[in-house]
Each structure stands twice: as structure tokens, then as C-alpha cells.
Design a protein around this ligand. Structure first.
Ligand SMILES: [Zn+2]
Ligand SMILES: [Zn+2]
Length: 174
């Protein structure tokens, strides 16, 4: 949602809570798109500091569906969102320091989705697993090894050995 913050300009040295929501239905990370599976309305707290700075803070969480990195089963990932930003106020205009990165405010309208998505990108887990000891997919037969045992020889060849084998193969072809 976009939130008109103009009304905060008169509230010098005041704290104001505003109930907000985030309208995204999915998030794109590293070329993959993850569907949102849950969220909750939350509150952003604004503080107008002598009409020079506007501080905004708030926290919530949001969940998304992602395949497990090992077995590809769908997992719900809960991502913590903690917003803490400051904007500059001058001549009745609220703006953000462009050096700080992403601009989520334009003509005194705050783009709440933009703030939230930034937090999701920062807090997205490095590894998504259905469970700590997920056994993953057998690289030989493709079975989900959490569901079924297989007798495949999953000895992973050292890449240097692989290279040697390729050379040997070429040699045979001559
Ligand atoms: Zn898994
Ligand atoms: Zn197998």
C-alpha cells in the first residue's frame, strides 16, 4: 500500500502509529518467484523529530512457499521483517537520502510494499530446508530419499578424477 505521510508534517515531536498492510502476492529473489502464503497487518510507528527528520519503525513477519534446496518439496518459509528507516524533512517534503539505497518515498507517499520487500531480501534464509537432516534427492535415480531408500551408488567423483576420465575417454576414441 501507499501511505500519504503529509499529515505527519504538522506533528512535530510527536509519535504516530499507523496500521498498514503489504499488498504483494509474491517476491522475486535471484530469478525465482516465491508465492506469499501468509502475512498479518502491522503497525508502523512514525516520529517527526522537529520537522527535520522522520523516523519510521515497525516489525512483522511474512511467509512464502519455496522448494526445499535438497529435495524440492514445498516448504513454508517465515521471514522476519524489521523496518527502521529515517527520512529527511525540508520545505514540507519528506525524502530519503539517495545514498542510502532504495527510495521508497515519493511526493510524501510512502511505499510500504517497497520497505517490506527490502527487508525480505535482506532476511531471506541462505538455505531453505524442509528439515535439518533432509536427505535430498538421489542424484542417480532421482528419488526423494526422505520417502524411499534406494541402493544407488552415490559416490561423488572428485572433479579432478572426472577430468582424468574424460582424457582417458578421448584417448580411447583416437
Ligand atoms: Zn527437503
Ligand atoms: Zn537412487
Amino acid at each position: 500500500m501507499k501511505l500519504d505521510l503529509s499529515f505527519l508534517l504538522d506533528k512535530e515531536n510527536e509519535t504516530t502509529d499507523v496500521s498498514v498492510s503489504c499488498d504483494i502476492s509474491s517476491v522475486k529473489i535471484g530469478g525465482n518467484e516465491y508465492k506469499k502464503s501468509g502475512d498479518e497487518a502491522f503497525t508502523l510507528t512514525f516520529y517527526n523529530d522537529e520537522s527535520k527528520k522522520l523516523y519510521v519503525s515497525g516489525s512483522t513477519k511474512m511467509s512464502f512457499l519455496s522448494p526445499c534446496d535438497r529435495c524440492l518439496e514445498e516448504v513454508e518459509v517465515s521471514v522476519p521483517i524489521k523496518i527502521s528507516e529515517e527520512f529527511d524533512i525540508s520545505d514540507d517534503t519528506i525524502s530519503c537520502d539517495e545514498e542510502e539505497g532504495v527510495i521508497c518515498i515519493e511526493e510524501n507517499f510512502l511505499d510500504v510494499d517497497c520497505l517490506v520487500v527490502n527487508e525480505i531480501l535482506v532476511n531471506w534464509p541462505a538455505k531453505v530446508l524442509c528439515k535439518e537432516d533432509c536427505k535430498g534427492i538421489c542424484p542417480v535415480c532421482g528419488k526423494n530419499r526422505n520417502l524411499e531408500e534406494c541402493d544407488c551408488d552415490t559416490f561423488v567423483m572428485d572433479p579432478r578424477m572426472q577430468q582424468f576420465q574424460d582424457v582417458f575417454k578421448d584417448f580411447k576414441e583416437v
